[in-house]
Design a protein around this ligand. Structure first.
Ligand SMILES: [Ca+2]
Length: 449
């Protein structure tokens, strides 16, 4: 659907021209002016200049972007075919969704092999070709790093589940059950307990997300070394950085205490406040990122405003930017969308933008692959107002303080697909919540959809 709309759209020009008006050709935007010896002021308005602070990022959800071989699935060759178009929009940096080998229990966010390309998306040669073509045009490309968990089909987990004594057992978080079953009351994002019994010892493994996404044990130094080696593998290919999936969750309290009812209501903030998160991110920075001119943006699930500087203060050597979701999730409670006021939205943005600290830098975005189309959420998708609404939102996106992240298709005013049945969804969270809410009779199928 996305792909066809992309091809057939008649309003490609709308945001394209807009981007150029808002962002005239800027010698700083592609980073070339930051090469050693370039005569660029090191500061602007008190901020240290960095290429990624002056760039427009564009997220590509590969599966639904551009199919190059007619199998109906977007792929890396398809992205390469569209690079001139992306360049013409004024985009500087592409972020591509996970391209790794995966059984796709969670659309690629469950990785089976970190050094192999998902067969549906192409081959390693296709990845190298895409990266080379990107660089040829002065564009940059960042990739998704999904290392809070792996797929249960990853070789490490296949070994780990063989039980105590296997050298990979401690790559994951295993605990014996209690009298009542699971080791504690931690919930999974996708419904039910975060524990699953497995293996010959009757132990349970932790999965904050799906059962097929066991959480890695970052307290094991071997795990950290493996992750850093994976990062080096891709950095050495010349990628320009990483978007880090649920990175605040990598450290867990090893005592694994039960959550209070209040904590369970906001369990993401518990998962986002592990005791060694910052130690591990700083170690990652020292071991890998510090040796390359790259950008990092962390998905700040469960991070409060007060905790933001811990992740991105440039003096700490952790991440460059994070995504916070207060604005894109405004009015959302669990899966339900409630009414919200413009003043509420402004208050969220004001809170983020008013931070006077010159050592912090924000992202600005209105949607991504996990959220409804910005046109439906924040604008008016009716034929009468669609174009004006899309232009207005693009203007908003591209004129705020912070690095803008566009989602594919926003520049042509794409709107939500009119889903009418649960069978049309291929999303583990949508299906899990449907099971929790509809199949138990709490709400009707019509209301849920
Ligand atoms: Ca394809």
């Amino acid at each position: 659907m996305n792909r066809r709309s992309f091809m057939n759209s008649t309003v490609v020009a709308l945001a394209s021209s807009l981007v150029h008006k808002v962002l005239p050709a800027d010698p700083y935007a592609t980073g070339s002016a930051f090469a050693p010896g370039a005569s660029v002021s090191p500061e602007l308005n008190g901020y240290k200049r960095q290429w990624w602070k002056e760039a427009v990022f564009y997220e590509i959800y590969t599966r639904s972007f551009q199919d190059s071989n007619g199998d109906g699935i977007g792929d890396l060759r398809g992205i390469a075919q569209r690079l001139d178009y992306l360049k013409s929009l004024g985009v500087d940096v592409l972020w591509i969704s996970p391209h790794y080998d995966s059984p796709n229990a969670d659309n690629g966010y469950d990785i089976r092999d970190y050094r192999k390309v998902m067969a549906e998306f192409g081959s390693m040669a296709d990845f190298d070709h895409l990266l080379a073509e990107t660089k040829k045009r002065g564009l940059k490309m960042i990739i998704d790093l999904v290392v809070n968990h792996t797929s249960d089909e990853h070789e490490w987990f296949q070994q780990s589940r063989k039980g105590n004594g296997n050298p990979y057992h401690d790559y994951y978080i295993w605990r014996p059950g209690k009298e009542n079953g699971v080791p504690n009351n931690w919930p999974s994002y996708f419904g039910g307990s975060a524990w699953q019994q497995d293996g010959p010892d009757g132990e349970y493994y932790l999965h904050i997300f799906a059962k097929k996404q066991p959480d890695l044990n970052w307290d094991n130094p071997k795990v950290r070394a493996e992750v850093f080696e994976i990062m080096r593998f891709w950095l050495n290919k010349g990628i320009d950085g990483f978007r880090m999936d649920v990175i605040p969750f990598i450290s867990k309290d090893p005592r694994l205490p039960d959550m209070t009812p209040d904590q369970i209501a906001h369990f993401d903030t518990v998962y986002g406040a592990g005791p060694h998160t910052h130690d591990y991110i700083q170690e990652m920075y020292r071991e890998t990122l510090a040796h390359h001119d790259v950008v990092t943006v962390g998905e700040a699930a469960g991070v409060t405003n007060a905790q933001v500087p811990l992740f991105i203060d440039e003096r700490r050597g952790e991440l460059n930017m994070i995504f916070q979701f207060d604005a894109v999730r405004i009015g959302r409670r669990q899966w339900r969308q409630h009414a919200w006021k413009l003043t509420d939205l402004k208050a969220i943005w004001n809170a983020a933008a008013s931070n006077p600290d010159r050592h912090l830098w924000n992202t600005f975005f209105l949607g991504n692959h996990d959220h409804p189309r910005l046109l439906n959420k924040f604008g008016d998708a009716s034929p009468e107002h669609r174009e004006a609404s899309a232009k207005l939102l693009a203007t908003l996106l591209l004129t705020q303080k912070g690095t803008p992240f566009l989602y594919q298709g926003d520049e042509i005013g794409m709107s939500n697909y009119p889903f009418s049945a649960i069978g049309q969804f291929q999303d583990v969270e949508v299906k899990g919540t449907y099971t929790d809410q509809v199949l138990t009779g709490k709400v009707s199928a019509e209301e849920y959809l």
